[in-house]
Design a protein around this ligand. Structure first.
Ligand SMILES: Cc1cc2nc3c(=O)[nH]c(=O)nc-3n(C[C@H](O)[C@H](O)[C@H](O)COP(=O)(O)OP(=O)(O)OC[C@H]3O[C@@H](n4cnc5c(N)ncnc54)[C@H](O)[C@@H]3O)c2cc1C
Length: 341
C-alpha cells in the first residue's frame, strides 16, 4: 500500500504536536513500494529526505522542503529458535511496545526493561534505545533496509550497526538514506532479569519468583508515574543525552558540584553525567516562554504546552545548551533529531 501527499501536515506524526508540513509525504507497507519510488521520476534524490517513524524523537523546527518517507511495514514473525533463544523479525512499522508486549506474553526476555518506550521498530536501532539498564543493541541481530540512492537492499549485522550509547551508524554515516525496513531480534527463553535499577529492585521485593511480565508491569507503572504523556503535553522524552566525559573531568566537576550525579560506564576511564541535573542547576526546570518550556518535574524534557512552534522549542534548547556550557563547561548534545531547520 502506498499513500502519497504533497504539502502534508505532520502534526499527527510527531509527539511534540508541531504543525509543520512536508513538501512530499510517502507512506508504504512493502519494501518493493519503496524500491519503485526511488526508481521513479517523481523522486528527486537530490532533495532533502527525512525517514519518519512514530515521530517521538523528533523536533520539526519548520516545514520540511523535501521527502518525508514513512515505512509503515507491518508484521512480526519467528525466524528460528533453539533451546535457549528465539529469533523474531518485526517490520519497521510495528509499534515497539506491541512487540515488547508480545515477547513478554511468550515469557521471552530481552526487551522487558524497554517497555512503553514510544515509537516504531524501524527507529529502535537508530538511537539504540535504552532504559532501566537494558539497550536494544543487546537483542538486535540484523537490521535490513534499502539504500534509497540505489534501491539496493542490505542486511547489516549488529557489528555493522556500530551501536553505542544512544548512537549507531544510522545516526551518522547512513543518516537519511538508509531506510530500515525490518529488524531481527534475539530473545532469551530463560531470561535473567535486569533489576539493578533504582526503584525497580524495591518494587520487586514482594515478588517470590518474578518473571519478565512482572518486570514489564513495574517498569510500565514507574514510567507512567514519572514521564509526561505526549497525548496530554507535547514532548519527545529526553531532549539531550547524558554527557559522556573523561573520568578526570567528572572528578573535577564533582569537586565543584558535589550533588552532581555521575554514573559508571563500561569503560572505567569514562563517566556519564546527569544532563537533567546540569539543566536544573542552571535554573531551567519549569521555565516557560509562551507555549515552549521545560517540564516542571523533568529538566531533561522540553514541552509544547499547546501552540509552540518547532522553532521556539529549538531556540529554547539552544539557550539551555549555551547556558550549561557557559556555567559548567559541559557540552550537551541533543538526543532528539531536528528536521526542517
Ligand atoms: C515520553 C517519551 C519517553 C521516551 N523514553 C525513551 C527512553 O526511555 N529511551 C529511549 O531510548 N528513547 C526514549 N524516547 C525517545 C523515542 O521514543 C525513541 O527514540 C524511539 O525509538 C523513537 O521512535 P520513533 O519511531 O518515534 O522515531 P522517530 O522520532 O520518527 O525518528 C527518530 C530517528 O530515527 C530515524 N528513523 C525512524 N524510522 C526509521 C527507519 N525505518 N529507517 C531509518 N531511520 C529511521 C528518523 O529519521 C530519526 O532520525 C522517549 C520519547 C518520549 C516521547
Amino acid at each position: 500500500m502506498i499513500r502519497y501527499f504533497e504539502n502534508y501536515s505532520l502534526k499527527a506524526y510527531n509527539t511534540f504536536g508541531i504543525d509543520a508540513r512536508a513538501r512530499h509525504f510517502f507512506e508504504f507497507t512493502e519494501v518493493t513500494d519503496l524500491q519503485e519510488l526511488v526508481s521513479s521520476r517523481l523522486f528527486q534524490s537530490d532533495m532533502p529526505r527525512f525517514i519518519l517513524g512514530g515521530g517521538s524523537n523528533l523536533l520539526l523546527a519548520g516545514d520540511f522542503n523535501g521527502w518525508v518517507i514513512f515505512p509503515n511495514i507491518p508484521g512480526i514473525s519467528i525466524e528460528g529458535e533453539d533451546r535457549s533463544f528465539v529469533k523474531v523479525r518485526a517490520g519497521a512499522g510495528v509499534v515497539w511496545d506491541d512487540l515488547v508486549e508480545y515477547t513478554v506474553r511468550e515469557g521471552w526476555g530481552g526487551a522487558e526493561n524497554l517497555s512503553l518506550i514510544p515509537g516504531r521498530v524501524g527507529a529502535v536501532p537508530v538511537q539504540n534505545i535504552g532504559a532501566y539498564g537494558q539497550e536494544a543493541s543487546e537483542i538486535i541481530e540484523e537490521v535490513s533496509g534499502v539504500d534509497i540512492r540505489s534501491g539496493v537492499i542490505y542486511n547489516l549485522s549488529a557489528a555493522d550497526c556500530r551501536f553505542a550509547y544512544r548512537d549507531s551508524i544510522f545516526k551518522n554515516e547512513m543518516k537519511d538514506f538508509f531506510v530500515i525496513t525490518s529488524v531481527r531480534f534475539r530473545f532469551d527463553k530463560f531470561p535473567l532479569l535486569r533489576t539493578d535499577y533504582q526503584g525497580v529492585r524495591e518494587e520487586l521485593q514482594d515478588f517470590k519468583d518474578p518473571g519478565v511480565a512482572d518486570l514489564r508491569r513495574i517498569i510500565t507503572a514507574i514510567r507512567r508515574s514519572k514521564l509526561p504523556d505526549p497525548e496530554l503535553t507535547g514532548n519527545a522524552g529526553s531532549f539531550f543525552k547524558n554527557p559522556v566525559v573523561s573520568k578526570a573531568m567528572a572528578v573535577t566537576l564533582q569537586s565543584e558540584y558535589p550533588a552532581l550525579p555521575v554514573y559508571d560506564t563500561a569503560d572505567p576511564q569514562v563517566k556519564k553525567l546527569s544532563a537533567g541535573w546540569l539543566i536544573d542547576h542552571c535554573g531551567w526546570k519549569g521555565y516557560r516562554r509562551r507555549d515552549a518550556g521545560v517540564h516542571v518535574n523533568h529538566a531533561l524534557v522540553l514541552v509544547n504546552y499547546g501552540s509552540a512552534t518547532g522553532r521556539e522549542i529549538y531556540d529554547l534548547s539552544e539557550e539551555i545548551r549555551i547556558s550549561v556550557l557557559e556555567k559548567t563547561g559541559v557540552a550537551l548534545e541533543r538526543e532528539v533529531n531536528v528536521a526542517g531547520l
